[in-house]
Design a protein around this ligand. Structure first.
Ligand code: OXD
Ligand code: MN
Length: 593
């Protein structure tokens, strides 16, 4: 009989330290989820608010509302550490603490942290259990919100315990909300021990430890050692009018529209986008020399504000879907007349009687938002009407293009194909984006965010760039690498490109390039579309504005080049020579333009 010796041992040790009132082993069933929701509505509380409130079940089936602690609304990158034994391995891109020191600190903070509470033990898989790329994990938590969210976001079941058996081959996540004190909040990673330890926060990226903590920070380190990539990427299939589906991944920083892109409803007749993932892709080299992607998650944890029938109809259909129990809304506003969630940008007029995300009545004051800008929904991907039939394919899908994006109001063209894999890796390494509300920092400031992985790469990014270059060498059919930017503005500050469903026009060009259907023109930045090949029919974008989307002004690039150089210099001699060479080549091409 399987006794899960190592799992038991770890759970016992943790219980001795955290001292919960009781321990509940979860099996991920719907029946259990219903019970946990009841407990969250009646027993558990945050600041006197119940953990869950039932929403209008007629209009939002299976939906519940959660209000977080007011200081706990986003990822806290300054409190997130990667604890390799050697600081150099963590690199300048991570906060570092010596593992021994980190454990001492966490042990002190965790002593008795679950007193009066229930400790939930959650066995779950990242990836389909039949996939050779999937990983078995156990998370411990002391709040029903996290237990329920993990049921939505991962494949949670007792079979995971059978898979683990008596081995220690599982990833450990230890989570406690502590007393939500921001001064005692830490999200610590111990990559060599396959351990994440998080205390003081219940926020998604800090508390659902299968997500950013394992599937990106720890998994990127595993991938570096084992020859694969864990990336902050959307996965979609793009079907053309002949029924051919081309699979692509898209890296974009948090809150730049990845979920909208993953769920895109095409405005071009005959084209259809199939969803496989909106946040994380694990990329492995297949036996045919192609790159294959799986999404290790099963849920969508997306930003609510701005989501509407106009911007993302599939998302609203997903949120109203009934297949999977439950759906959560966190820190949105509430319409008290109808008991429905509300956020800025939702269709229809602003409801008359709203309370804001903190529960205060709200009457459209100019300078405050009713929903927190980083308010979120958590919903099963199985609710999506556009879910790809390949979603559960254990092998994943073969990737023909990797697209790297970010939010840049100036300078960066709508779409560029890179010259080759090495140039593509450089373009990813230099990527920058204007900051958003997904993490606690000043919004709207440009920061370099290579491959959208700056907050998520669990080791030195100099080594990460080298790893990317090496993966390229092993692929006999590497995907083409493109950059995109939907956010360039005109002289009046208005976005030039309409975005959302119209982004299919850019995806179509990418698919056309992958299939060698159209040519492209060489520029200092890479290969641009011939404008006749970018289908803009019906968009009414004047020619001069369209050209502005691709404008290169070498003098404006000087400051950009300096900033890129400063960023890359941090990695010292760990920065691959090839990346430096690509930088020099770009600088030269811009000089001679
Ligand atoms: C997310 C993020 O929640 O990137 O996906 O912050
Ligand atoms: Mn993300």
């Amino acid at each position: 009989m399987v006794k899960n010796k190592k799992v038991q041992q770890w759970v016992n040790e943790t219980a001795n330290m955290c001292k919960p009132d009781k321990i509940v082993w979860c099996d991920g069933s719907e029946e259990e989820a219903r019970k946990l929701i009841e407990i969250g509505m009646k027993e558990e509380k945050i600041e006197n608010n119940p953990i869950f409130q039932e929403l209008n079940q007629k209009n939002w089936p299976n939906a519940y509302y959660h209000r977080s602690h007011p200081t706990d609304v986003a990822r806290t990158e300054h409190l997130t550490y990667v604890c390799h034994p050697d600081k150099e391995i963590a690199g300048p891109n991570n906060n570092w603490m010596d593992p021994k020191e980190a454990k001492e600190l966490l042990t002190k903070l965790s002593d008795g942290c679950m007193r009066g509470k229930t400790m939930y033990v959650l066995p779950y898989m990242m990836g389909h259990p039949d996939s050779p790329y999937a990983k078995a994990c156990i998370q411990i938590t002391d709040v029903s919100y996290v237990a329920i969210s993990m049921r939505i976001m991962t494949r949670m079941s007792n079979e995971v315990l059978e898979k683990i058996g008596d081995s220690d081959n599982f990833v450990k996540g230890l989570h406690s909300v502590g007393d939500f004190d921001p001064d005692k909040r830490f999200i610590m990673h111990f990559p060599d021990e396959h351990l994440v330890w998080s205390i003081g926060s219940g926020y998604g990226g800090n508390a659902l430890l299968g997500k950013k903590c394992f599937s990106l920070r720890i998994a990127s380190w595993l991938g570096y050692q084992e020859g694969w990539l864990a990336e902050h990427m959307v996965i979609v299939g793009i079907e053309d009018p002949k029924g051919k589906i081309t699979y692509v991944t898209v890296a974009m920083p948090s809150a730049c529209g990845k979920t909208n892109l993953a769920m895109l409803e095409s405005t071009l007749p005959g084209y259809k986008v199939w969803t496989l993932g909106d946040d994380i892709a694990w990329l492995n080299i297949g036996s045919d020399g192609r790159l294959y992607a799986i999404n290790p998650e099963t849920g969508l944890f997306g930003v609510a504000p701005g989501t509407s029938m106009k911007t993302n109809p599939n998302m609203l259909k997903t949120l109203k879907g009934e297949k999977f129990y439950p759906t959560l809304f966190t820190n949105t506003a509430l319409n008290t007349d109808t008991n429905e969630p509300w956020w800025e940008g939702l269709d229809g007029p602003v409801p008359k009687n709203l309370i804001d995300w903190q529960g205060k009545s709200w009457n459209s004051p100019q300078d405050t938002k009713a929903a927190h800008p980083n308010s979120r929904f958590t919903v099963s991907i199985y609710n999506s009407p556009a879910l790809s039939k390949e979603f559960d394919n254990p092998k994943g899908v073969p990737i023909s293009a990797i697209i790297l994006g970010g939010k840049r109001t100036q300078l960066i063209p709508l779409v560029v194909e890179t010259f080759n894999w090495q140039h593509g890796v450089f373009m990813g390494a230099r990527a920058g984006s204007e900051t958003t509300a997904a993490a606690i920092h000043k919004v709207g400031v440009l920061r370099r965010d290579p491959m959208a992985m700056l907050p998520f790469c669990g080791y030195n990014m100099g080594d990460y760039f080298r790893h990317w270059l090496n993966i390229g060498k092993k692929l006999t059919h590497p995907p083409k690498i493109f950059t995109v930017n939907w956010f360039r503005v005109d002289d009046n500050g208005g976005f030039i490109w309409p975005g959302f469903g119209e982004n299919i026009r850019v995806l179509k060009w990418i698919v056309d390039r992958v299939n060698n259907n159209v040519s492209a023109k060489s520029t200092p930045l890479g290969l641009f579309p011939n404008l006749k090949d970018l289908n803009c029919e019906g968009l009414n974008i004047p020619q001069d504005k369209l050209e502005k989307l691709f404008e290169i002004k070498p003098q404006e690039w000087q400051a950009e080049l300096e900033d890129i150089k400063k960023f890359l210099d941090q990695f010292g001699n760990r920065l691959p020579l090839e990346i430096r060479q690509e930088f020099e080549k770009l600088a030269d091409r811009l000089k001679t333009k």
